[in-house]
Design a protein around this ligand. Sequence first.
Ligand code: FAD
Length: 321
Amino acid sequence: MSILVIAEIREGVLRPASYSAVAAGQSLASLTGLGMDILLLGKGAKVVAGASLGQGGTVYVSEAAAVAEYTAEAHAAAAAQLVQEKGYIHLLTPATTTGKDLMPRLAGLLDAGMVSDVTLFEKGDAGVVYTRPMYAGNADAKVVVDTAIQACTVRETAFDAAAPSAGSATELALNLDEASLKAKFVSFDLTQSGRPELTEAKIVVSAGRGVKDAEGIKLIEQLADTLGAALGASRAVVDEGLVPNDLQVGQTGKIVAPDLYLCCGLSGAIQHAAGIKDSKVIVAINKDEEAPIFEIADYGLVDDLFKAVPKLIEKIKAARA
Ligand SMILES: Cc1cc2nc3c(=O)[nH]c(=O)nc-3n(C[C@H](O)[C@H](O)[C@H](O)COP(=O)(O)OP(=O)(O)OC[C@H]3O[C@@H](n4cnc5c(N)ncnc54)[C@H](O)[C@@H]3O)c2cc1C
């Protein structure tokens, strides 16, 4: 009867969102008085878990061929085996692309009720009360789960990352028949970019429809590179094919919480705002002083981005020289 946090590894590196999931697990542990274990599956799990995931009780790892690379089918089956063997009642993953892929399948295998994108755990009369944002972050739903096992994905930006801590890893003896798995890992083609990853960057520079075309995107990229920032975009820019959809920020894109979010030519529709609300400082450049982005921006510049951004780049370079 305890908590299992399923951490995430990619290409031998622990995904930073795992530390937020561990922090969420710790918060649930102190609320319920239950213990917390961690599971890490994949190539390199043993070394990474030993170096970084000493915050809980036991850290289970497996690098077996069936789970060496991520597929939802294999990882869910492996996690389900551990949950059934040890009797965990609360399961957590970060609400990353992988976590959102894995947890529904795992919950399905275990007949567990599931809550997505949890931002807070509280104690209620009927057990744990989960808070999750809805309507693009304009309302918080309070959810109670009445199944014996309760699964959730946790929003990275809502829990301050736990500090890495050295510990030891326990090998999980897997009962997985690799030949019976229907999904096979073929290859992992990561988009190559010299810029930081959107959800992990300290500074994000985003382009809205006001950038107009590929030339406009180049200008915003220049600004991002001058600041060492990740590049983001509104859905309008993604829909126009100006940037790939993994750069979309917002309700149906990525949720970001950088120290600085700087957006240019972006109106600030509620679906976009839902993805940037937790940013520490929001700066907007828009030629329309009535644009809704100015309602949530800490600093705003009413100007044509094609005039303002080159000047800004110049000033930043001069200040750094
Ligand atoms: C279910 C649903 C989910 C959605 N999910 C998302 C999501 O995840 N992310 C997202 O971004 N959107 C999302 N949207 C779309 C969202 O509603 C908006 O349509 C979109 O965010 C608008 O993008 P934009 O601000 O770039 O464009 P616009 O709203 O067209 O705004 C362009 C802005 O640029 C300014 N501008 C124009 N030219 C210049 C210039 N030269 N200099 C300075 N400023 C200039 C204009 O004043 C305007 O404010 C979703 C919509 C729905 C219905």
